[in-house]
Write a protein that binds this ligand. Structure first.
Ligand code: NAD
Length: 392
């Protein structure tokens, strides 16, 4: 009997699940429906570039209808309201509902505000194409306003969080702001760009040498680092730091952390700190007909530590999930998840970057790292393009 596969989310995990399921199953064997909040697959690893106006939206938002054309994958653009794994039913906020034989939860992550008073209400985020457009338009507006107001808060930009998202964003802004200032007749020297990080250092996943390289490269372009200083409160446009100092800013972008999807948390699948727990085949530990791909799941490595939620992991999870769903229908053996880590690359603006490559962690800095980051994006696009031409 024909099975129904329902995939929630068309990020890296969801997209690759759909493609790999279709590679393994004919349209007679399974119907595939993918539900996503927006009609595009968003390349979120490149959002920092869109947020600084350094890339066109069409390069980071690929239309799903076009991607899935001719692949017999039903695309539904809508907002999931509830997931009920006990009743095997998913409801959207337009009143429609969907049943399934297999469900893939690939809903990504949400911004974590850690309960910091006033933070959510008074900050921008960088989790989607809409967010990135909002950041760009907001920054441009503030600089334009500053030209007339000369209000220092309009020319003060604060990024909260010195993880990869915050650092990549600040690098891009540091490169693009001089041009934006020129456009509105503002002296770039009047603009202040600060990155606030609670821990003693930014990007602790890199070696001290690479961290030093990132800091000096960004400082040379006007970024001020306030490390070891958590944001403790935001009141309107006043940001308070742990040592009691305050910064008046009309642009606060919060990149201080992520958490699992709240829909997954309330769906009824077993979770660990809000992220779904999985077995080696990426099935929910409580509901075997539910598969997980991407940031909304937690996968533990051999030392018992959870892997960080990254695009490369989501992509690999999605590919495995499609094949394992097919195996579950054909009573064949499912594959275990054995992720391959190609390393971590951080761009530091248009021409600079740092990276730690491969299992051995070969270190790169400057142009090679920057080019490698661009190549890694191109590789992903080529990979999904290849899969589209291979799909059933
Ligand atoms: P993150 O959790 O990695 O970093 C958030 C940072 O904010 C941390 O350094 C944390 O100490 C800091 N922070 C938390 N509370 C704070 C506070 N009150 N005040 C100041 N700072 C505070 O989040 P992210 O950077 O969004 O990354 C999320 C995931 O996505 C990670 O797994 C990351 O590896 C991945 N990612 C990868 C890339 C890439 O590969 N280039 C790019 C972006 C994100």
């Amino acid at each position: 009997m024909r099975k129904e596969i329902l995939i929630l989310g068309a990020g890296y995990g969801g997209l690759l699940s759909a493609l790999s399921a279709r590679q393994h199953l004919s349209t007679e064997e399974a119907g595939i429906t993918i539900i996503n909040r927006v009609g595009s697959h968003q390349i979120i690893t490149e959002l920092h570039r869109l947020a600084a106006g350094n890339v066109a939206e069409k390069a980071v938002a690929l239309p799903l209808e076009k991607l899935f054309k001719g692949k017999s994958i039903n695309v539904v653009v809508g907002e999931v309201q509830t997931v009920d794994v006990a009743g095997k039913k998913v409801a959207l906020n337009d009143g429609s509902s969907y049943r399934y034989d297999s469900l893939v939860l690939a809903l990504g992550s949400e911004t974590n505000y850690f309960g910091i008073p006033g933070l959510q209400e008074n900050s921008l985020t960088l989790k989607s194409v809409n967010d990135a457009n909002r950041v760009f338009n907001h920054v441009k507006d503030r600089i334009k306003t500053f030209a007339a107001s000369k209000n220092k808060a309009d020319a003060t930009i604060v990024i909260g969080g010195g993880g990869l998202t915050g650092v990549e964003l600040v690098g891009e802004l540091a490169d693009e702001l001089p041009g934006i200032c020129r456009q509105y007749g503002v002296d770039f020297a009047d603009v202040s760009i600060s990155l606030v990080e609670a821990m003693p250092t930014i990007l602790p996943i890199f070696s001290p040498e690479l961290i030093g390289r990132a800091v000096s490269s960004l400082e040379a372009r006007g970024v001020e680092f306030l490390t070891g200083l958590a944001i403790t409160e935001v009141n309107g446009n006043v940001v308070t730091l742990k040592d009691g100092r305050t910064i008046e800013t009309n642009t606060l972008v919060w990149t201080g952390g992520v958490q699992g999807s709240s829909l997954v948390g309330s769906s009824g699948v077993e979770v660990n700190r809000g992220r779904a727990t999985v077995n080696e085949f990426l099935q929910s530990t409580s509901h075997p007909e539910v598969f997980l791909a991407g940031d909304c799941a937690v996968v533990f490595g051999p030392e018992g530590r959870p892997y960080p939620p990254t695009a490369q992991l989501a992509w690999q999870m999605g590919e495995l999930v499609g094949g394992n769903i097919a195996a579950s229908y054909k009573n064949s053996k499912m594959d275990s998840f054995n992720p391959v880590f190609s390393g971590t690359l951080a761009s530091l603006g248009r021409k600079d970057g740092i990276g730690s490559i491969g299992e051995t962690g070969i270190e790169l800095k400057g142009t090679p790292a920057s080019l490698m980051k661009k190549a890694s994006n191109a590789r992903y696009l080529a990979h999904i393009d290849g899969l589209f031409s291979l799909a059933y």
